[in-house]
Write a protein that binds this ligand. Structure first.
Ligand code: NAD
Length: 257
């Protein structure tokens, strides 16, 4: 691995920004881009909080970690805040990404233009299936996984995306780490073991649906209670055990945590 390769992890933690704040920064950035596109030069913390779907106290605390406090009566300067958040997220440079597993999902990800517009360059696509090797997707030829080490070194790749079946994902993660990749985005439904210094983020749409299902069930229970039907009985009839209604939780807060 190249000794002078930039490291997301080292930069983020050195500034002491909490992980939950880091997870919300991209949301603020997206909201700020939309405000800038709509011609706003400044934004109040309340407006930005609404646009980002968080409460304004949390937003002000998050931004204070970046040393951004806004101006009383004016709010935040949109362009300045975009710059500060982009720097904190390491988006002032383009990160090279490799994608491993070019099946149904891999095809869709490889062709997704949103990565490029948000500062990421897909440097190479890999698969173990020789039938897929050589196929051209979005201007890139699929390479054999055995070329991974060489390409990661040549292209200075720090981030790897795994879209293989779950039973291949750990082996692929090991190969990525061995090659020098220090951040992994895992789409396979499994937990990966990685050494210290390697960050893993998992994307699982089924899990997100299950969280929504939890909230749907709570809403149904609440509606049942409000109309005089016992919530516990209603849940029991649906084959689940939910003893008592609990306080409402904002789904956006759960997902964004
Ligand atoms: N996170 C989500 O929300 C989400 C959504 C859909 C699918 N998935 C998951 O994404 C993964 C891919 O799904 P899919 O439908 O694209 O599967 P797929 O079978 O169409 O594609 C998988 C690809 O991985 C390749 N592969 C297998 N072993 C490999 C290895 N060791 N090295 C390199 N390549 C290898 C296969 O040749 C194939 O091209 C699955 O784990 C699936 O469960 C996740």
């Amino acid at each position: 691995m190249s000794g002078d390769r930039p490291r997301i992890r080292a930069a983020g933690r050195a500034r002491g920004v909490p992980e939950a704040t880091v997870a919300r920064l991209p949301v603020y950035l997206r909201a700020l881009h939309a405000l800038a596109d709509a011609g706003h030069n400044t934004v109040s913390s309340e407006e930005l909080a609404v646009a980002a779907g968080v409460n304004s106290a949390k937003l002000r605390k998050d931004l204070s970690h970046l040393g951004s406090y806004g101006t009383r009566g004016v709010g935040y300067e949109v362009a300045l805040l975009v710059d500060q958040i982009s720097r904190a997220l390491g988006l002032t440079q383009r990160w090279a990404v490799v994608l491993v597993g070019v099946g149904n999902l891999g095809h869709a990800l490889a062709g997704y233009a949103g990565f490029a517009s948000r500062g990421f360059r897909i440097a190479a696509l890999f698969d173990a299936d020789t039938e897929r090797v050589g196929e051209c997707i979005a201007g890139l030829d699929v390479r054999h996984i055995d070329d991974l080490d060489r390409v990661v070194a040549e292209e200075q790749v720090s981030i790897g995306v795994i879209s293989t079946p779950a039973d291949a994902a750990q082996e692929v993660a090991d190969r990525l780490v061995e090659a020098g990749v220090t951040s992994i985005l895992n789409f396979a439904p499994c937990v990966l073991q990685v050494p210290d210094g390697v960050d893993v983020r998992k994307v699982d749409l089924a899990l997100e649906l299950q969280i929504l299902s939890f909230h749907e069930q709570r809403k149904a229970d609440d509606a049942g209670s409000a109309s005089g039907v016992n919530g516990s009985m209603k849940s029991a009839a649906a084959g689940t055990v939910t003893p008592l209604p609990t306080p409402r939780v904002d789904a956006r807060e759960v997902v964004g945590r």
